[in-house]
Design a protein around this ligand. Sequence first.
Ligand SMILES: [Zn+2]
Length: 399
Amino acid sequence: MRLAYQFKLRLTKSQTTEIERWLDMLRHQYNYLLADRFAWYEQNRCAINSCPIVCHLPEPRDNPDYYSQKRTLPQLKKDRPWYKAIHANVLQDCVKRVDLAFKRFLKGDSNGRRSGRPRFKTKERFRSLTFSAFSKSPIDGNRLNLPKFGWVKMVYHRPIPSGFKIKTATVTRKADGYYVTLSIQDDTVPDVIAIEEVTNPIGIDMGLKSFLVKSDGSEVEIPQYYRKAQKRLKKIQKAVSRSKKGSKNRKKAVKRLGQAHKKVADTRKDFHFKTAKNLLSNHDLVAHEKLNIKGLAKTRMAKSVLDAGWGQFLSILSTKAVRVAWPTAINAGLITKAVNPRNTSQNCSNCGQKVPKKLKDRIHSCPHCGYTADRDVNAAKNILKLAVGHPVCSSAARS
Ligand SMILES: [Zn+2]
């Protein structure tokens, strides 16, 4: 399995300068490679049904791709020897980023969603560089050895679990300093308890007012401090839009906005971790609805206030589930199970009959069996039933 651990870096002044110098060089290379892609694309594409009468004939050459662009790197180091300071893998990662950005622009990502035209990056927009290929023990105490860059100090607040190897390290400039994200991997596969052995399962549904509703009827509220932080964010946002473009005040406000955004993201993540931990320490199976990013816009509009966080929460939940019991002594991972959310809010969790309701109907009240519950609790119960194998829709209801 693969995990990401993030640590704050404590760079010396000269290290900061060096990182910024690398970022600057990589940014230039990124923009250059991107321009190369655009140049070929503009010169070689043609309207489907017609050709212009006057036509620019480009020098015939192959479409630049990841490999051909990668092959230009040795020449780059000859022409611009200062690029030799950067580790080869870091440079190659820069080529990869161009490739990815351009592919997403032309073909779209795995979900078929196309991104916009890739932008040339300004200093503010080029914030990170990625190292790969590490020595055997790149961590010594609270220090990390970045290939060809050297040892850097970090706030090593939690150790990397044994058995994990560092695959990549991404150094990022953020609003309040530099961070390193370590992507670590362990190839051994944990055992997961069998579904028949589950003793204390629970189903959860995204709540309308609360963060989530459990099938036992209890709720997890959205913390007050999170709302407060969002209010503050709005205020700073206003200050930014009121200030004059290009002014010193605007620069200051933008910086404050960045810091506030980070704080909101951090508190939200922290809340997600705590909630996940709480769920997993009380239950051995957590059933939740399968998140359909594409369909989200259609079905979840009313709950959109919380949407931003739900996907992150579910991913934290599933990674944590594997890790809670592992790699510690107990040789079993816990289970999280995603189920198809279809009809989970419409059907009765007690008898299985369909009880149509609109989004504004907060209470589920079954005319067939008399079962009455909060709408979200009913949905959570259905989700749990689906996960442990009983259909929401009984055969009687289907016929
Ligand atoms: Zn019923």
